[in-house]
Write a protein that binds this ligand. Structure first.
Ligand code: ADP
Length: 319
């Protein structure tokens, strides 16, 4: 193996840069060249290449986003698009490709291996934490910390003015961010796609907490479950609090990665190149019980990781 390619693809996630750095440095220290393609799969099709040396990835670990930029590429979903991509990969002498991204990006990687026998390794990076067979994806921890920090500030005002804050967070299909940040913040309730919302029961819960002396109310809402405005409309006349709505939006994806994400991304990048060098490919690097795992891409993509509902039960008890 002489030369590997690397891309970041799909939704960006904090820690992607730390993964690029680890891939580049691990490879270069072992005498392998690294070519980065800008903008994910569309950069492979358009041949937007950059050679990455040891020095090129200095000072990027602490930066949010991705220096290789990212995009969504519809063309790559077609056989013709993948043929074009493969032609460029061959012409650039790429022996293997490391793909850093979410479920869609890893699916694309698996197709490259299946259709063209290109050795690929995937690194799971998505704030949704919905990828099977890895306990954590790169970016999740930073996202949660951002949500907790922002919501903590809202909680101060909620207490001062005895208000309810309805905080909408990302998660179109998964309630992971809403639930986990809700636990970390002590939210009164979480509204997530995995659980049908019962506004009557929710209002009763909030009223009971108020009777127990609670002077604020934070409700975390995953965008895929309901809009914060809908939740407010259903609750404000029933709960006796003035309500305020905050939609955190894209601040959740940005920012300097936490130590956890930097370390996870470093381990995964290092492991991805080490796996390729030992002849392993068509895999995703996962975190399982604290250790790096080689998960066949097919297994990683066989289903979405379901939300662990024991956390939901716990959140109801603790808030
Ligand atoms: P994420 O990787 O964050 O899940 P997307 O689902 O948007 O984000 O996927 C990112 C890119 O990966 C897509 O724009 C496309 O280029 C590629 N991709 C996604 N799904 C497939 C698929 N089924 N077949 C081939 N390529 C895919």
């Amino acid at each position: 193996m002489k030369r590997i390619g690397v891309i970041t693809s799909g939704g960006d996630a904090p820690g992607m840069n730390a993964a690029i750095r680890a891939v580049v440095r691990t490879a270069r220290m072992r005498g392998i060249d690294v070519i980065g393609f800008y903008h994910g799969y569309s950069g492979i099709i358009d041949n937007e290449i950059v050679e990455l040396t040891y020095k090129d990835v200095g000072g990027i670990m602490e930066r949010g986003g991705t220096i290789l930029r990212s995009s969504r590429c519809e063309e790559f979903k077609t056989t013709h698009g993948r043929e074009l991509a493969m032609k460029n990969l061959r012409e650039n002498g790429i022996d293997a490709l490391v793909v850093i991204g979410g479920e869609g990006s890893l699916t694309g990687a698996m197709l490259l291996e299946e259709e063209f026998n290109l050795p690929v390794v995937g690194i799971p990076a998505t704030i949704d934490n919905d990828i099977n067979a890895t306990d954590m994806c790169i970016g999740v921890d930073t996202c949660l910390n951002t949500v907790v920090e922002a919501t903590q500030k809202l909680k101060d005002t909620a207490s001062s003015h005895e208000r309810a804050f309805i905080v909408e967070v990302m998660g179109r299909k998964s309630g992971y961010i809403a639930l986990m940040s809700g636990i970390a913040i002590g939210a009164e309730a979480v509204v997530i796609p995995e659980v049908p919302v019962d506004y009557g029961a929710l209002a009763d819960r909030i009223l009971e907490a108020r009777k127990r002396g609670k002077i604020n109310c934070i409700i975390m809402v995953a965008e895929g479950a309901a809009s914060a405005y809908t939740v407010a409309r259903h609750l404000e006349h029933r709960i006796g609090y003035e309500t305020r709505i905050t939609i955190l939006g894209h601040i959740q994806r940005g920012g300097s990665p936490t130590a956890f994400d930097r370390i996870l991304a470093s381990r995964m990048g290092y492991e991805a190149v080490s796996a390729l060098l030992s002849g392993k490919h068509n895999i995703m690097i996962g975190l399982q019980r604290g250790k790096m795992a080689h998960v066949p891409l097919e297994e990683a993509l066989s289903k979405k990781k379901p939300l662990d509902m024991s956390y939901y039960e716990m959140s109801l008890l603790l808030s």
